[in-house]
Design a protein. Sequence first.
Length: 448
Amino acid sequence: MSSLDFTKALRTLCQCEHRFSRLSVAPFFLLLSLSLVGQVATTQSPRVRPLSLPESRFKNGALTLQAFAPAAAAVRDSIVKLIQNEKTVSLGTIIDANGLVLTKASEIKDGTLTSRFSDGREVEGTLLGVDEENDLALIKVAAAGLKPIEWASGEVLVGQWAVTPGIGITPEGAGIISVPIRKLHKRAYIGVSLSFDTSKAVIGRITKGLGAEKAGLKSGDVIMTLNSEPMKDSEELMSALRQFREGETVKLRVRRDEEEFDVDVPMMAEPPPFVGVQLESESTAAAIRSITPGGGAERAGLRSGDVILSLNDQRAEDRAGLIEMLRQIQPGDFVKLRVKREEKEFETRVKIMPESPGQQRRAGRGRGGGLDRQDRMNRMGGELSQRADGFDLALQHDTVLQPWQCGGPLVNLEGKAIGLNIARAGRVASYALPAALVKQIIEAWVSP
């Protein structure tokens, strides 16, 4: 509408004013005036588009990372990229001029290990030892005259910059320290599998030997609250339980039939390593109820209905006995199982696999089999590390790392290492072993 049309409309309105009372025309006049003014403003004012930040200026964008290039360049000669089967599996931190390198142990698999330096050289590496508690591996690379990493001294403060360098000129990522040094306990469980076929937090099965069984919970119980906080469904309960660690106790309000009661449930250590089977809970024998796709049992040809008689020549008296024996096995080991299928018995080798983040949460999947909301949020930007807890001490920073980018140093703006990246644990959570802890581990390894 032009300004001329607007003037004519106002004149016409004023001519009609004597037909109406002053009380009735005032609101009508005001509303019409505002409407017309709005139309004029809309017509005459250009539409303003919101500003958009160029991708290169994102947190991990090229221009942003270029700003941290001096810190990365100062240490790139103290880092190696570790390769297996033509795939980069982790970064490594050079700690000795004669070829000793630290890296993240759980990313190193069986097979030839190749180390690539910043100048493009590639040499073979040999695994010398593993610190299981902190997921560190010591590797010897076939090279000398190397530049060891220089460790920072002094306190690391929340809010300071933290740079993750690689063997390139620009860093792999950058962020800030978000949580001070603390112990990261291993994840613990109450010992239930929840039903996702209902809108309530209903217990499907009880895991023998864990807290729920000890507290007297049963299949079919409905968990209504956790520490007095209402739990609307299984997904919300699983998300809340992830915040607790071994040795802690949670208070649950439970409904069983028409009765409600409170119960204290201890959080207990993680289940045994992942074999790839679900055992029958109603049978005293170690009978397989189902096979998990991708696990060692499927690869070994086991089937639903098979009964496991022994493990490494030790008789499995029952389901609980088999689970207890499995707790003594390390992920990555092979075990010999004697199995009964119908009227025949046979032996097979099964690889014990560590529980990946997806497998650990297989009982905590959302409806339809997808990951729950917290899982989806955590995976924004890539996969999580296979091992992301249970460290003696750790720094938390908000750099978005890929699992293969762990094992290398985390440095300050002066290029001094304040820690060693050890895990990507969530959407905005990566962990680094603090420099003081890493130096203690090195001293214990290399001291005569």
